[in-house]
Design a protein around this ligand. Sequence first.
Ligand SMILES: *Cc1c(COP(=O)(O)O)cnc(C)c1O
Length: 506
Amino acid sequence: MSTTDLRHRNVPLEMTPEAFRTAGHRLVDEIATFLDSVRNRPLTPAETPRAVRHLLPDALPEEGADPATLLAETAPLVFDHSLLNGHPRFFGYIWASAAPIGALADLLAAAVNPNVGGWQLSPVASEIEGQCVRWMSNLLGMPSQTEGLLVSGGNMANFVCFLAARRAKGGEALREQGLPRDAGRLLVYASTETHTWIQKAADLFGHGTESIRWIPVRSDLTMDVDALLRQIEKDRERGDKPFLLVGNAGTVSTGTVDPLRRLASIAREHDLWFHADGAYGALALLTEEAPADLAGLREADSVAMDPHKWLYAPLEAGCALVRHPGALRDAFSYTPPYYSFDDEEEDPSTNYLELGPQNSRGFRALKVWLGLRQAGRDGYREMIGDDIRLARELHRRVEAEPRLEAMMCALSISTFRYVPEDLKPGAEAVDTYLNELNEGLLHRLNKSGEIFLSNAIVGDRFALRVCIVNFRTILADIEAVPAIVLRHGVEVDRALRPTSSFGTSR
Ligand SMILES: *Cc1c(COP(=O)(O)O)cnc(C)c1O
């Protein structure tokens, strides 16, 4: 090794402007070609973990390499060995096709690299995040004093709201003394359809999962409000302290919306913090297709929503919104609290590290903000509305196909299953087999590269689940779904069907 010359350092990570320009232009060209090719690519290469591992270098190199060569090698590695969720026939989970402007925004954000923990460290980035949060609150019709911040996703957004709620309802002493140990346990109320973030929150923040009161759902999978009221009463009588009521503004599994207005008024009556989990569904409020109950989230004390879902931002972007000014600072700030009740004033000194759990924070607002500006409110209304209309179109086609059993259709999720013609659900052995068959079918479909779905459990039935959060999907993609499902369904049935065949002949 040569002796270092600190006057003219050798910096193996630096790129000359020329090298950056050439490698960058080439990469952008390759990305443009990739995006143009997505529809014609298989959705997945369906490779084994071992096969994918073999594509990577064996060992950490001792010496470096030319960045242009590395990028030229790595682009096809990533294009060709990924599950393509930007494919028009990607319908799995609630995982949006990413807006191309988001990819460019991330490049720009990383190039400047502001730290959006402190205003001084990120003047324009902090202001853009503030505007982004106000715009999102405005899109949902939340009150203008609403505060919030961007986080990594729905889980973190719900966590932040959970912590704001318990600080508000549990009092300031809780920050020093922790949770009450014996009497007066802080309890949480949520339906059995609630996303698993609630378990992580109760566990990680020291409440324990037994502090969750799982409220049963009605047959339409919305919270049974009478059961909720009975449970609250019982817990209060025992001397526990109900503090948080969670309503689903679109459940993760089937897209159902809890009776949010009713929950809001129950929360007010019983001095609970009302939190709406709108990670998926909140933005459906923009459309005429939204169920009436969804508007109840405007009465919530806090709302979690996910720009990386229905704002089509690339991962990661979640957003926590809290209607009470100062509530986030009360929960997270460790410098003298600063309250601003006048939301119309630009507050140049928002230091986001005081409003949430993170310290150093990236500029994730940029991709969200640029997406909002590119599409506008009207653009989002149209894209989200189309997603919902396409899901309904699919559901109609499923209903019309005798070998498919339609289950639920809510927001942009349709659930159904394959039932071979000669099988009648109802008998236990048949029901068990149908679950096994549809689970096998899901795995086969997801390896086919033609389509990608996920699953839901509806009652006791294993359902195939199509969730459309995808601006690339068009009617032809939806029309293709039943035939693809049936073609693979017949094959899986042939392979799995027990020889006894439930007493029916084949
Ligand atoms: C997606 C989702 C979450 C979790 O969000 P992540 O962004 O995956 O962390 C929580 N709740 C609901 C209702 C969701 O749809």
